[in-house]
Design a binder for this molecule. Structure first.
Ligand code: ATP
Ligand code: MG
Length: 178
């Protein structure tokens, strides 16, 4: 096999822990290999997970932005329309980054949740990904990846929950869960 650069569409989905952290692990490896990574977190945005500071330690080759406005369905603090607006703005920024040629990898973290909550349609994202720059790798994470996204992807891994500390009543741990 020749080592030609072939941009992949990678999906981490499923109900087990490890989707976002798999994307972060990939980012760490990629930055070490000299690639530039841009990560966008949909949905989240009203708290600061550890990866936001961790990403800064890998700047400028790793940049992360959070453009969500918090929980959509669970005790939402903001009306649904504002979530739709935030998700669409985030998607616009992702498209701009995709077109800029500045990045080697784009991570669209929790985008599957944006589909599940009807903030964005999978069809519009698929349409853009079909014409993405050839060499660009794109990673999509979140539970419940829709069939159109799975059909388009080159690599799909489904995280399966076998055990999670939460089931024993152990709260989320800083540095492990956020
Ligand atoms: P991580 O960011 O840890 O890789 P994830 O991206 O796979 O997790 P998300 O659905 O984005 O999972 O949820 C993130 C948070 O939910 C994390 O704090 C994670 O520990 C927790 N979580 C993930 N899977 C489960 C589960 N099966 N039961 C309870 N909590 C979970
Ligand atoms: Mg996640």
């Amino acid at each position: 096999m020749t080592r030609e650069r072939r941009g992949l569409i990678i999906v981490y989905t499923g109900d087990g822990k490890g989707k976002t952290t798999a994307a972060l692990g990939l980012a760490l490896r990629a930055v070490g290999a000299g690639l530039r990574v841009w990560m966008l977190q949909f949905i989240k945005g009203d708290w600061k997970p550890g990866e936001l500071k961790g990403a800064q330690l890998l700047a400028p080759n790793f940049s992360m932005v959070q453009l969500g406005i918090g929980f959509v369905t669970y005790k939402p603090k903001r009306p649904f329309e504002e979530h739709v607006e935030a998700a669409n703005k985030a998607w616009e920024q992702a498209k701009a980054e995709m077109a800029s040629g500045r990045q080697d990898i784009l991570i669209l973290d929790e985008i599957n949740n944006a589909f599940r909550f009807n903030l964005l349609t999978a069809a519009e994202v698929v349409e853009v990904l079909r014409t993405k720059p050839e060499a660009l790798h794109v990673v999509l994470t979140g539970r419940g990846a829709p069939p159109e996204i799975i059909a388009l992807a080159d690599l799909v891994t489904e995280m399966k929950a076998v055990k999670h500390p939460y089931d024993q009543g152990i709260p989320a741990q800083r540095g492990i869960d956020f």
